[in-house]
Structure formats: structure tokens, C-alpha cells
Design a protein around this ligand. Structure first.
Ligand SMILES: [Zn+2]
Length: 135
């Protein structure tokens, strides 16, 4: 519930990008969503889109997560579920998998609320199916 409230606040146009990034960092426990490293002066958080812009992902708070610069650059346009799998298998990291599932579900609800974004919705439902099937 707290997450939903935060996401809604984050969607408010008056909340600027910096504040939205701070909210994302907070809901991720101060760690990169993908590699789990703690953010700090040497590892500054960057804004990452759950559904890539290339797949129609909108710039709204619910589509944003905080990632370290390394993960942000390495992931590129890779889908969140594929990237999560790569974090584990290729890099041996411990990504926040259950949080990713929570964020993707919250984004799905938010896209319904906002309306439109059909391409992102379609892409997201594929990602959610794969989340549920444990991939
Ligand atoms: Zn990272």
C-alpha cells in the first residue's frame, strides 16, 4: 500500500525528476535494483526505465527505477526480466527480483489508471507472464 501511495505521489507533475529518483532509491532500500550495490558518492543512482523507452515505456514515476551507472549502461534496451536473468546467470549478482515483480505489477495498474500506452501495456504483460512463470 505504501508503495502504491508513493508511486502516485511520484506521478504528480510537481514532483521533479530528482525527487522521483529519491523516491525510487528509497523504495529500493538505497540499493541498485539489479546488482544490489548500495548507492553512495562513488555509486550515484541513475534513473532507469522498467519498460524501455524503445518499447513505448513512458517517463512516469511508476516506470522508473534507480540503477547504478554500470547497470544502467550495460542493460541498454534489454527487457527487465531478461536483464534480471542475466544479472543472476552471467554476473552472479543478487537482483531484487521480488521488488521488480512488485514494481512491474504497480506499473501495470498505473498504466490502466493513466490510459493509453498500448505498446507499453502489451510489452509489460509479456514481462509479467514471464515473471509469474518464474523465468
Ligand atoms: Zn547496479
Amino acid at each position: 500500500m505504501a508503495l502504491a501511495v508513493r508511486l502516485r505521489i511520484g506521478h504528480d507533475r510537481r514532483v521533479d525528476r530528482t525527487a522521483r529518483l529519491a523516491l525510487a532509491v528509497d523504495r529500493q532500500g538505497g540499493r541498485c535494483l539489479w546488482c544490489g550495490r548500495r548507492f553512495g558518492p562513488l555509486i550515484p543512482p541513475t534513473t532507469e526505465h522498467l519498460v524501455p523507452r524503445l518499447k513505448g515505456g513512458p517517463s512516469i514515476a511508476a516506470n522508473e527505477a534507480a540503477a547504478c551507472p554500470r547497470c544502467n549502461a550495460d542493460r541498454g534496451h534489454t527487457g527487465p526480466v531478461d536483464w534480471l536473468a542475466q544479472c543472476r546467470s552471467r554476473h552472479g549478482w543478487a537482483p531484487q527480483a521480488s521488488l521488480l515483480a512488485t514494481l512491474l505489477n504497480a506499473l501495470d495498474v498505473e498504466l490502466d489508471n493513466v490510459g493509453g500506452h498500448r505498446r507499453a501495456k502489451r510489452y509489460l504483460s509479456g514481462q509479467l507472464r514471464r515473471c509469474r512463470s518464474g523465468q
